[in-house]
Design a protein around this ligand. Structure first.
Ligand code: CP
Length: 344
């Protein structure tokens, strides 16, 4: 009998397919009950800590509202207001919060080389589940919602579908690499044909590319990398265009210790983005994909830059269904890691 009780959820790659299926089945059950107005008090009196090194709308509220709906309580912790900002370690913080509650959820996504390591150090120090609310490597609560949304649209067997995971221009900020990395690794687990497209310099981290290739080989899917957004869109069933930062500059961010250096790093990333303003998801590009293709984005999207209003608000967009599913998947992840199988 598959169980995830006590397990960490740091990368989807850490879980077997039957464990991912348990999360998806539990999500479906929780979503149906939510829409029927049935209570799902699966975690009464339990506490989850939500530790944020970065901003959030969807993830924070999915976990906070989700924990309330499960009968427990989620504490929001802004890192700047904790002793972490004075240097308290991941291990000590994990040990202490783990002794007081039942799960620790962490977002630490902006600096390549830091967030995933932080979560794994914390996981070593405590027995309660560590749930990754986005790191530098993966955004596994987002991609679980994404695959769930794709299965709602195309049916449970998504193998053979073609997804275009492409870079898109954004002037707002250097976005983490973890969403495209999470998509290429998870969608190849499900036998999909994944095309990754980006301009030169926007490479993803090597180990996620290797995972995607190996997953595709094992499942009969495929994985290719191109530098042309049109080519990626051609014949796609799903398009997922979004921005991310320049690989080398995101790595250099580790060395930036002053606000001035962080600001300079950010300016350099955005100046590089400005060279690729043509990478937008518009109606012309949507017409290159299949007629029934869907547009997805983790949100927030830079409207008018990553995507036109006509596409994101148009009939092919499923972004708001996708965003709602963040709630149901967050609940499933907490319920399955913080208690025995919720629905047998
Ligand atoms: N998609 C996503 O993670 O949204 P937030 O940054 O608002 O949490």
């Amino acid at each position: 009998m598959t169980s995830l009780k006590g397990r960490d959820y740091i990368e989807t790659q850490d879980l077997a397919l039957n464990e991912l299926s348990l999360l998806l089945d539990t999500t479906a059950e929780l979503k149906e009950k939510f829409h029927r107005g049935e209570p799902t008090l699966l975690l009464p009196h339990q506490t989850a800590y939500l530790l944020f090194f970065d901003k959030s709308t969807r993830t924070r509220n999915a976990f906070e509202a989700g924990m309330t709906q499960l009968g427990g309580h989620a504490h929001f912790l802004d890192v700047a207001l904790t002793q972490i900002s004075h240097g308290e370690t991941a291990a000590d913080t994990g040990r202490i919060l783990g002794a007081m509650g039942h799960g620790i959820c962490v977002r630490h996504d902006l600096v390549l080389g830091e967030g995933n390591r932080y979560m794994r150090e914390m996981a070593e120090a405590t027995d309660v589940p560590i749930i990754n609310m986005q790191c530098d490597v993966d955004h596994p609560t987002q991609t679980l919602a994404d695959i769930f949304t794709m299965r709602e649209r195309f049916g449970k067997d998504v193998s053979g579908l073609k997804i275009a995971v492409t870079w898109a221009y954004a002037p707002s900020y250097a976005k983490p690499l973890s969403v495209p990395q999470g998509l290429i690794t998870l969608m190849t687990r499900f036998g999909m044909h994944v095309t990754l497209a980006h301009p030169p310099g926007y490479d993803l981290i090597g180990r996620t590319l290797d995972d995607a290739k190996n997953n595709a080989r094992a499942t009969g899917g495929s994985f290719e990398i191109v530098d042309d957004m049109d080519a990626a869109f051609a014949g796609a069933d799903i398009v997922y265009p979004k921005s991310w930062g320049v690989h080398e500059l995101m790595l250099e961010r580790q060395l930036a210790t002053t606000q001035a250096a962080i600001d300079e790093n950010q300016r350099a990333c955005l100046a590089m983005n400005d060279k690729h303003k043509g990478w937008i998801c518009d109606e012309r590009r949507m017409a290159l994909a299949k007629k029934e293709a869907v547009y997805m984005h983790c949100l927030p999207a830079d409207r008018g830059y990553e995507v036109t209003d006509a596409v994101i608000d148009g009939p092919q967009s499923i972004v708001f269904q996708e965003a709602e599913n963040r709630l149901h998947t967050a609940k499933a992840i907490m319920a399955c890691t913080m208690r025995e199988r919720p629905f047998v």
